[in-house]
Design a protein around this ligand. Structure first.
Ligand code: CDP
Length: 242
């Protein structure tokens, strides 16, 4: 796709959304029998499955910590998930995203309750239309809760970005999809621990002013409440008896 003349016109984004509007969201819990906990999250066409294994014996042994568990996130974008086939296996991007996701969860999961063990969180992108790390983080958060692993808080994330109209004026928009990620001036991945308000992930690609950042963040904070409620609703649905 060539760079479009605009990403926003007559109050609408390229997919018809308003600036503060989320894509259609779906959250399913318990999608993988073999896992301790699992979830699948869709933000529009972005679709990610998360599966939690553990606490379990940790390999390699030299990583074992006597006072807590080691939580490792493994982010992966499957070959068929993008337009151009993605080369299988972890590249630099996957290593980076796995690291930031691991760090986001280490601050909220009660790792000290499971000394000498490992908790593995697999995040598999089945279909990518931008914001995959944040969609994955939301899925992983639900999967960890589904696994019954104690957390100080659910973790919830949202992306926001800076897009332009046909006159070159810029706007902040929530839940960035592919054309906006590719052609917009900036995109931000932002996640919070819900109970404490602690920011557990914040990454920015591109440039925004402080004012633009605060405007985007405000929109994202509001959207986050919506995502969080959907996470809780999906979790409750697994345990509710008809
Ligand atoms: O997915 P996320 O926004 O967290 O990370 P990104 O590195 O900013 O990637 C943005 C989007 O670019 C992805 O979600 C994919 O839709 C696309 N992408 C791709 O098509 N091929 C790649 N090898 C990497 C990313």
């Amino acid at each position: 796709m060539e760079k479009p003349e605009y990403l926003f016109k007559n109050g609408k984004r390229l997919d018809g959304r308003k600036l503060d509007e989320f894509r259609k969201m779906k959250i399913k819990v318990d999608v993988i029998d073999n896992a301790e906990g699992s979830a699948e999250v869709e933000f529009g066409k972005t679709r990610v499955v998360a599966a939690v294994y553990g606490p379990r014996e940790l390999h390699p042994k030299h990583l074992v910590m006597s006072d807590r568990a080691l939580l490792r996130a493994h982010y992966d974008m499957l070959s068929f998930s993008v337009e151009d086939r993605k080369r299988p296996g972890p590249g630099r991007r996957e290593v980076e995203i796995s690291k930031v996701l691991s760090e986001a969860f280490r601050s909220v999961v009660a790792l000290d309750r499971f000394p000498r063990t490992g908790i593995d969180v697999f995040v598999k992108v089945v279909q990518a239309d931008a914001s995959t790390r944040i969609t994955g983080l939301n899925a992983a958060s639900v999967a960890l809760a589904h696994a019954g692993i104690p957390m100080r808080s659910m973790v919830t994330g949202v992306t926001f970005g800076k897009i332009y109209d046909d006159k070159g004026k810029t706007y902040m928009a929530v839940d960035v999809f592919k054309p906006e990620d590719q052609w917009g001036m900036a995109d931000v991945a932002y996640a919070k621990a819900w109970n404490t308000g602690e920011v557990v992930l914040l990454q920015m690609d591109g440039d925004v002013t402080k004012e633009e950042f605060m405007e985007g963040k405000k929109m994202a904070d509001k959207a986050m409440e919506y995502v969080y409620k959907e996470q809780v609703k999906a979790l409750k649905s697994v345990y509710e008896v008809e």
